[in-house]
Design a protein around this ligand. Sequence first.
Ligand code: ACO
Length: 436
Amino acid sequence: MKLADNKATLSFSNGSPSVEMPVYQGNIGPDVIDIRKLYAQTGMFTYDPGFLSTASCQSGITYIDGDKGELLYRGYPIEQLATNVDYLDTCHLLLKGELPNKTEQVAFHKLVTNHTMVNEQMQFFLRGFRRDAHPMAVLTGLVGALSAFYHDSTDINNPEHREIAAIRLIAKMPTLVAMAYKYGVGQPFMYPQNDLSYSGNFLRMMFGTPCEEYKVNPVIERAMDRIFILHADHEQNASTSTVRLCGSSGTNPFAAIAAGVACLWGPAHGGANEACLNMLEDIQRQGGVSKVGQFMEQVKDKNSGVKLMGFGHRVYKNYDPRAKLMQETCNEVLEALGLENDPLFKLAKQLEKIALEDDYFVQRKLYPNVDFYSGIVQRAIGIPVNLFTGIFALARTVGWIAQLNEMIGDPEYKIGRPRQLFTGSVKRDVKPLDQR
Ligand code: ACO
C-alpha cells in the first residue's frame, strides 16, 4: 500500500482531541483512510451498514469504475477479454495474474480437464435431496460436501494446497451443476468428456444423454463461455466478501466457497437473473408489451415493493459493461436458434428503452445490469430458470477462490470481525417467572 501525501484529521465538536489518520493510494480508484487505530485512539467505531464507504481489503484482481461503467480483470477491459480469450484463459488470469502464453495455456487447460470428474460418492450424496429441491440448495450442499472428499488440499496456509483446491473447484463445478440439473429432471448423469472445451463439456453434461452422441453448437458454446467470463469476478461483492469473511477464520476452502454459493442465491445478488426472467414472464402473461407502462408505474411506487429486476447496481452508476456484451450474445443466440422474435426479448428491450428515458431511473442512475439479458440467453439455450444462479455460481467460483487465495497470502489479513452500535437492553436482572 502506498501512503498518500495528505492525511485525514478527525475532529470532534465536544473538544476531544482530534486524531490524524493515514491515507493510502491505490493504483486507480478512490484513496482510503486508514481507521485501524481509531478505536484505540478514540474509543469509537465507524458505522457503515452495507459497507457503503468501507474498503475491506486491498486487492489486485478486479477493478470497477462504476461511474464510467468500466470493468477490468487484472487490468484488462472486460470487452477485450470477452472477445479475445476464453473462460479458462480468464481463470488463469484471475488466479495467477497473467494471461497464459501458449505453453501455459495447454498445461492449464490439461490440468483443469484432468480434474473434472467428481468422486463417485457424490452421486449418493446428491440422491439424498428431494428431486424438486432448488438447484442452489443442492449446490450449497454439494460444494460444502467437497470439503469431506479432498483431505490433501485443505491447508489454506500451504500455497500448493490452495492451488490444487482452486483447480478442483473450477474443474468440478460444471460437473456438479450438470448433476444437480440431471437429478432434478430424472436423467442419468453424464460423465465429463475431456476432448471438449470447458463450455462444450458443460453443455454435453447438461443436455447430452447416453443414448446418442451430443453435438456441441459452436454459437451456444461461445455464448456459454461468454456468460462464464462475464460472471467470473466482480471485486468485493456480497458473495465474494462472504467467502473472504468465512475463509478468514482459516476454514476449509471448499466450505468457504459453499458460503459464497449460499450468499449468491439471494435475489438482490446472483438470484436476480432468475427473478428477472420470472418478472418478464409475469408481464408477458398479463399482456406483454401493452402492460409495460402499468408495470413501470408499480416499480416507481415505493409502496408496491416491486423492483425492476436486472436494473440498478451498488457500484455501477452507468451502463454495466457486461450488460452490453450480454445483449450482443443474446442477439447472436436468438438468431442462431431462429428465435429473433422471442416475445420476452422484445419485452426486455421495451422495458429497457422506457427505463433509460424515465426520470425515476435517470435521476437514480439505474441502468441494466448483467442479469437483465443473461436470463433470456440462458432460457434460449434450454437452461431452466431455477438453474440460472447455479450457472452464475459456476462462473464466479474462480473469482471467489482467487480472492480467497489473495487474502490468505496478504500479510495484513486478519479474521473478519466487525463491531456494532448496541441498541438493545442495558444490563438487567432475570426476574422469577411469576414477576415477568
Ligand atoms: N427498481 C426500482 N428502483 C430501484 C431499483 C430497481 N431495480 N434499484 C434501485 N432502485 C431505487 C431504490 O429504491 C432507491 O430509491 P430511493 O433513493 O428513492 O430510496 C435508489 O434506487 C437507490 O437504490 P438502493 O437500493 O439504495 O441501491 P443499493 O446499492 O443498495 O442496491 C441493488 C443495489 C440491490 C442491486 C438494487 O439496485 C436492486 O435491488 N436491483 C434489482 C435486483 C438486481 O438486479 N440485482 C442484481 C445486481 S447485479 C449482480 O448481483 C450480479
